[in-house]
Design a protein around this ligand. Structure first.
Ligand code: BMA
Length: 412
């Protein structure tokens, strides 16, 4: 079976200590990616950030190109811990079952805003930065969520004390919010790679940033019952403008990710506008457990795809999973079937399943298999499906090749 069907070229990864070879490779890559005028090829995309870096633009354009024909598989906290281990170099439950790392890596920032050394799940931010850079060098995609604490009450993200208005310009906690975004900007600004990264000079790692997720639900303080739609939209716009225009971050793609919804209007109720969003997401933990739910999921994904494509955005299945995976064939008979076998739903770019909490910390709270789990064999079948891409099958997502310069696939 020919699995690599995408003619975008593979990414070159400098091996350990291979920066000299890496630099030569980089030079060749740059020369190769240049137009006859010597400028890097620019993909024809319109992003929330008109000054987005070339790698960020290329990532968006390549995800957009791949989305109709492939599904990138993602896992939250994949490199940080698994069900039976914590912080062991190179490990990944996904790789230990499927033989490859996921294509998409989700990371979570909750508690970064407080200046903490580790996030709310105990992942140290220094480690997170290292793992993000490692995954990027291997060609992986990075997405970040933020279960931000409640700035008004001092409680966590699930503390529903109204806070959105207070964060807006003129609000009682606006200065606090700026300080929190400054911490975000410091973190994101450190995500640079290249031989001089230690001096703060390098290529910033593009990030799919998914703030204020699941806003159609009401379990977080930014949720539907705790703020008016216009206040939510204003907070979103302020956030993007602050990070982009005041902090000068140009390696972020912005992901709008509602939870359950029934109609297009519901999906878009808190949508901040085309100028502030790059990807249309959907988070869902509920519909993949029965036949009826599967159809409901497809209907919703089809809506997300339609709304995204109408606006030139990339659709994605930004969070899902079945806690503990009690169905040993969930991967192929539920998840894969739901997405691949529907002409509209299959157009999402990626799916991300949630974290594999260590059993010692939160037993049974895992969403990807680990060696010996009853769904492991089915997960291998999922990995082998030609529609599904893990990291080992990714084309170079960070370089854009115009149509005419792309090599023809060896086996069409
Ligand atoms: C939730 C659970 C929590 C975790 C939070 C942020 O869905 O996994 O245990 O703290 O995400 O990662």
């Amino acid at each position: 079976m020919i699995r690599l069907r995408f003619s975008l070229g593979r990414r070159e990864h400098p091996g350990p200590g291979g920066w000299h070879a890496g630099a030569v490779g980089l030079l060749l890559t740059l020369v190769g990616a240049c137009t006859p005028l010597g400028r890097p090829a620019t993909p024809p995309v319109t992003l929330a950030d008109a000054r987005a870096t070339d790698e960020t633009r290329a990532l968006f354009a390549n995800l957009q190109r791949l989305a109709p024909d492939a599904l990138l598989f993602g896992h939250q906290d994949d490199l940080a811990y698994g069900v039976t281990w914590v912080r062991e170099p190179g490990r990944s439950d996904v790789r230990e079952v499927a033989g490859a790392y996921p294509a998409v890596y989700g990371w979570e920032l909750g508690n970064l805003e407080l200046g903490a050394a580790a996030n709310l799940d105990g992942v140290r931010f220094d480690d997170m930065k290292r793992w993000i850079k490692q995954a990027y060098r291997r060609g992986g995609v990075i997405t970040i969520s933020w279960h931000m604490n409640n700035p008004v009450s001092g409680g966590n993200a699930w503390d529903r004390t109204p806070a959105v208005e207070a964060l807006l310009p003129g609000g009682s906690h606006h200065a606090t919010y700026r300080a929190w975004l400054d911490r975000f900007a410091d973190f994101a600004g450190d995500l640079k790679v290249g031989p001089l990264a230690w001096l703060g000079i390098g290529t910033p790692v593009p990030i799919l940033f998914r703030p204020f997720h699941e806003m159609t639900g009401s379990w977080f303080w930014w949720g539907a019952d705790h703020c008016a739609p216009e206040a939510f939209r204003r907070l979103w716009r302020f956030t993007i403008e602050y990070l982009r225009d005041e902090k000068g971050l140009h390696h972020l793609l912005y992901v709008y990710a509602p939870d359950r919804f029934e109609t297009e209007d519901e999906y878009l109720e808190r949508y901040p506008g085309d100028a502030y969003v790059d990807l249309f997401g959907y988070d869902d933990y509920f519909t993949l457990q029965g036949e009826e739910g599967l159809m409901q999921l497809r209907r919703r994904l089809a809506t997300v795809v339609r709304l995204a494509e109408e606006r030139g955005k990339v659709p994605a299945f930004t969070e899902t999973g079945y806690e503990g995976i009690p169905d040993p064939e969930w991967w192929t008979t539920r998840l894969l079937t739901a997405v691949r076998d529907d002409p509209a739903a299959r157009r999402v770019a990626y799916v991300l399943v949630w974290r594999n909490a260590p059993a010692t910390r939160r037993s049974g709270h895992f969403y990807a298999p680990f060696p010996g789990h009853p769904s492991a064999a089915d997960f291998v079948r999922f990995y082998q499906d030609p529609f599904v891409l893990f990291e080992d099958e990714l084309p170079d997502l960070y370089r854009w090749m115009p149509e005419e310069t792309r090599p023809r696939p060896a086996h069409p």
